[in-house]
Write a protein that binds this ligand. Structure first.
Ligand code: PLP
Length: 363
């Protein structure tokens, strides 16, 4: 068996959800598990998500997969429905829908459902991606409240563009607009993604929607999950499948971008961009070999990468290599590769083996 493996630690996920709940004060939690649980495999995460009040996904396909896997909570479709024929299924299976666009209101006005749907009205407070402008909200609410397909108790939500920069004036302005729009309506509100939850406590309101922090990653600039008391859920690991000595002046890997200045031991690990490891991680990006840091040497290939083992004269074929996770924050690898941890986690491919670990729930 090729050793490339993503170890998924359910105890860490349970812990991170508990941290999110504690940091959110009394707010209820939508645990965001879109994009297949940020690449961790949403269905396999369910045993650790029992404490979530709701689950959040992008679309009905993702919600159906979770229901089939036994999810009991309400599931929120955060982009709502794409076609009217999804509405009866949402009503039957207990999916809440976001309404962000007039066409979605028309679909609801024309729908004939067995029972009404719970709707979250999305307000555009400055992200300019989805949602109604504040001045359009009263009319949209009127139409929704007059709709037999819509349950009473519509909720309001918005999404931050820059909550990862603490003290961002843009976030302060988004909070002000959303609060002003919601004022006096008596409806439940939701502002916060993970960054909002961690950095903007004044915006916790009735519901928060953490995603990335549940996986142990800090969304805040320059901080790691560990600094927020979070534990990595995914550890990406493999083994050395070859160890060789290269001579001074010899190059390693495609295009020979790394060249030995002196005789150097090079380890080859079974992990590449075909597994979701970023091809743009440059020479020098750290990995852990036998628990100690060693730098990448040369370009990442589809199935392999090369490691400079100068500091590890004892390393041998079969030794364990950690690419990120326990002991090596994925944030560090993302920064080295010029991307964000979200993209690395979501990008793990189907050929990587998955190993579930679990422990007792925290006291
Ligand atoms: C993805 C998403 C979230 C979660 O964001 P994180 O940064 O991962 O916490 C919350 N709300 C909406 C609408 C989203 O699309």
């Amino acid at each position: 068996m090729r050793p490339a493996t993503a170890v998924i630690d359910l105890a860490a996920l349970r812990h991170n959800l508990a941290v999110a709940k504690a940091r959110a004060g009394g707010a209820r939690v939508v645990a965001v598990v879109k994009a297949n649980g940020y690449g961790h495999g949403a269905a396999r995460l369910l045993p650790a998500l029992g404490a979530a009040d709701m689950l959040g996904v992008a679309c009905i396909e993702e919600a159906l997969g979770l229901r089939e896997a036994g999810a009991v909570q309400t599931i929120l479709l955060m982009e709502g429905v794409f076609e009217a024929d999804e509405l009866p299924l949402c009503a039957r299976l207990g999916f809440d829908i976001v309404v962000h666009e007039p066409g979605q209101i028309r679909m609801l006005e024309q729908a004939r459902l067995d029972h009404p749907l719970a709707v979250w009205l999305k307000i555009n407070t400055g992200m300019n991606r989805l949602g109604f402008r504040p001045e359009e909200v009263p009319a949209a609410l009127d139409r929704l409240q007059g709709c037999v397909a819509v349950a009473s108790g519509i909720r309001l939500m918005t999404h931050f563009a820059s909550a990862d920069e603490p003290s961002s004036p843009a976030t302060r302005e988004q909070i002000r607009r959303f609060a002003a729009t919601a004022e006096g309506l008596g409806l439940e509100r939701s502002f916060c993604n993970s960054a909002g939850l961690l950095a903007w406590p004044e915006a916790h309101a009735e519901w928060v929607r953490p995603g990335i922090m549940l996986y142990g990653v800090s969304p805040l600039e320059g901080r790691t999950g560990a600094e927020e008391g979070l534990r990595p859920v995914m550890t990406l690991e493999t083994r050395l499948i070859a160890v060789r000595e290269v001579r001074a002046g010899e190059a390693v890997g495609y295009a020979g971008t790394w060249r030995a200045e002196a005789p150097t031991r090079i380890g080859i690990a079974a992990m590449g961009y075909g597994d979701g490891y970023p091809r743009h991680a440059p020479s020098g990006t750290p990995v852990l070999v036998n628990g100690s840091e060693a730098p990448l040497a040369g370009r990442v290939s589809m199935d392999m990468l090369a490691i400079d083992l100068s500091g590890q004269p004892e390393a041998r074929v079969g030794d364990p290599v950690i690419l990120w996770g326990a002991g090596l924050p994925v944030e560090t690898i993302a920064a080295a590769a010029g991307t964000i941890a979200y993209e690395l986690l979501c990008g793990i491919t189907g050929r990587v083996h998955v190993e579930l670990r679990d422990g007792p729930p925290p006291d």
